[in-house]
Ligand binder design. Structure first.
Ligand code: NZQ
Ligand code: ZN
Length: 388
């Protein structure tokens, strides 16, 4: 077992009626607040008015950056960093899903650097400082509310790059499940697929590690299987939304990793799909996940699938391990495509094989040689092809 460091320094206000603490938390970091948000959902839901009222009540000065895109663009990072520099912003307040929070993390970093924020993503500029970030999460999916990573797209170069810096970790996250009642069925499904894949990326690992962490991950996965269908059926079911929200945070906040060192597999591949075709991240992962599981299955890895099948799906433990493994992949597909209702192929999204080799080359650069099953470019092309 490898040694590891556990450090999750985000303070969480979970539940309804916590927004009254927003002013107090923002005030700890200064007077000038930059509120960042997406395409206007928070205005429609009324959250914007509530947030502005709290900020004003605390006597703080408010600036705004709206229009942050899903799969956020580097142009939005630059726009936000310009406001921070010009107005001498003290603290950032991100209100939205993963895209808004990710973009805000890089705004906070770019506020301390010169030139194009894209230089941070290409590692020409190294991040040393970041403005403090407080967020109000409105979509359960990415875990950005409790991790130090973010993913930014550059439509000109057709790149989508993820990066982690501890200084970008949110200081405070407000997790109110009622803020996710308005999330569409489609985004709810994509969010569930995303958080499920975050756990699978760690769970399917050849490193021997803490049994305790495996059982936590199995519990988190069972939570998604149980509550995502309920949230789809009844969007304002508090228990369902609360369970999904807390699961999204814990799936990727570093806790379940322990000492597992293997690289992630589906994420580098998915980022190349959304870099070119601008699809929803969770949908790309849903399409990839069962194909990746199928491609990696062999006698050396079957024990992990057996554990997954028995402990997560309740498959009969007396069956042969290979039979359990295949059944577990089938049940994963059924969950993603039948229960969540997500599209199951790239072809349905109008994606053909023309960019597969280019995408595979870039995916492999994401560390796939060190994954659960080491993958080279031809493996990745094979997996993409299985997704057609
Ligand atoms: O733009 P607005 O108006 O806010 O609408 C959004 C957007 O259209 C809408 N939405 C958000 N909250 C809502 C809502 N609609 C109704 N009611 C609400 N309460 O949902 C749409 C999608 O939002 P987005 O933020 O793009 O979704 P998500 O949270 O899934 O974020 C996806 C981005 O995060 C990255 C992905 O690659 C993608 O760019 N990721 C970030 C990670 C991280 N920071 O650790 C890890 C992930 O693996 C992922 O790569
Ligand atoms: Zn993800």
């Amino acid at each position: 077992m490898n040694s590891f460091v556990y450090d999750i320094p985000t303070k969480v206000y979970f539940g309804e009626d916590q927004l009254k603490f927003l002013g107090e938390e923002l005030s700890k970091y200064g007077k000038k607040v930059l509120l960042t948000y997406g395409g206007g959902t928070i205005k429609k839901t009324g959250l914007y008015d509530k947030v502005v009222a709290e900020v004003k009540k605390a006597g703080l000065e408010l600036f705004e950056l709206s229009g942050i895109e899903p799969n956020p663009r580097v142009a939005s990072v630059n726009a936000g960093a310009d406001i921070c520099k010009k107005e001498k912003i003290d603290v950032l307040l991100a209100v939205g899903g993963g895209s808004v929070i990710d973009c805000t993390k890089f705004i906070g970093a770019a506020a301390f650097t010169d030139g194009d924020a894209w230089d941070i993503l290409t590692e020409k500029t190294i991040v040393e400082k970041c403005l403090p970030i407080i967020d109000i999460l409105t979509l359960s999916a990415t875990g950005s509310e409790m991790d130090s990573g973010g993913v930014i797209s550059n439509p000109e170069t057709k790149d989508k790059i993820g990066m982690m810096y501890p200084v970008m970790q949110p200081k405070v996250s407000f997790l109110d499940p009622t803020n996710t009642y308005t999330v569409s069925k489609y985004q709810t499904a994509c969010g569930a697929a995303d958080m499920l894949n975050h756990i699978l990326e760690v769970y399917f690992n050849m490193n021997q590690d803490l049994f305790m962490l495996d059982t936590v991950m199995e519990g988190l996965m069972r939570t998604i299987l149980k509550y995502a269908p309920i949230a789809l059926e009844k969007p304002d079911d508090y228990e369902a939304r609360a369970n999904l929200m807390w699961t999204s945070s814990w799936a990727i906040n570093g806790f379940v990793n322990g000492g597992k060192r293997q690289a992630w597999s589906c994420h580098p591949m998915e980022h190349e799909i959304s870099a070119i075709y601008d699809i929803t991240h969770g949908l790309g992962l849903a399409i990839l996940t069962p194909r990746w599981l199928t491609y990696c299955l062999d006698e050396t890895r079957v024990a992990k699938y057996y554990q997954f099948g028995v402990n997560v799906f309740g498959i009969d433990a007396s069956l042969q391990p290979m039979e359990v493994a295949k059944k577990s992949i089938e049940l994963t597909s059924d969950f993603l495509f039948k229960t969540l209702g997500l599209q199951s192929t790239l072809s349905e999204l109008g994606i053909d094989s023309s960019n597969f080799e280019h995408m595979a080359k870039k995916s492999v650069a994401g560390g796939l040689a060190y994954a659960f099953k080491p993958l080279d470019e031809s493996d990745v092309v094979n997996i993409f092809t299985m997704c057609l």
